[in-house]
Write a protein of this length. Structure first.
Length: 148
């Protein structure tokens, strides 16, 4: 009997509150958040690395940051302008870097251990590097996009 495909959730915190973000994760049964931001900082209260980890811990969700799987500034700037093609090109180059390639198996192992969600800022997974990451590195995974 073949193994079931790995299920990986994704979530972005753009235009949401911490309460809604946590509720979406809990409702889906997520037990670990894998932060794939190159810069795990945020102007949105509660979403910078340390405070986010504390909020997640309060509801029993583990937090890990794999910043080498994040998008470089040039890609983030392109996304802000709606230039998804440049974002895609920049992110494809990012994924070729040794540090990114070293974090891919870590991400997959973490997601195998506990129900996990890849997290970054962008709400729309169609315009986000987390979707590109999963298409490139976990093409057989069942991806569930959460919208808080």
């Amino acid at each position: 009997m073949p193994d079931a495909p790995l299920t990986i959730y994704t979530i972005g915190y753009e235009d949401t509150t911490m309460a809604d973000f946590l509720a979406a994760l809990q409702h889906a049964g997520v037990r670990r958040v894998i932060d794939v931001r190159a810069l795990p900082l945020s102007r949105r209260p509660g979403f910078s690395k340390s405070s986010l980890a504390a909020h997640l811990q309060e509801v029993g969700i583990d937090y890990r940051n794999l910043k080498a799987l994040g998008t470089p500034k040039r890609g983030r700037d392109a996304r802000k302008k709606g230039d998804i093609e440049t974002l895609r090109e920049v992110y494809e180059e990012q994924l070729k870097l040794p540090e990114a390639q070293a974090q891919v198996p870590v991400m997959l192992e973490l997601a195998t251990e506990l129900p996990s969600a890849l997290m970054c800022f962008e709400r729309d997974p169609c315009h986000c590097h987390r979707t590109m990451l999963l298409h490139a590195e976990a093409p057989d995974a069942q991806v569930v996009d959460l919208m808080p």
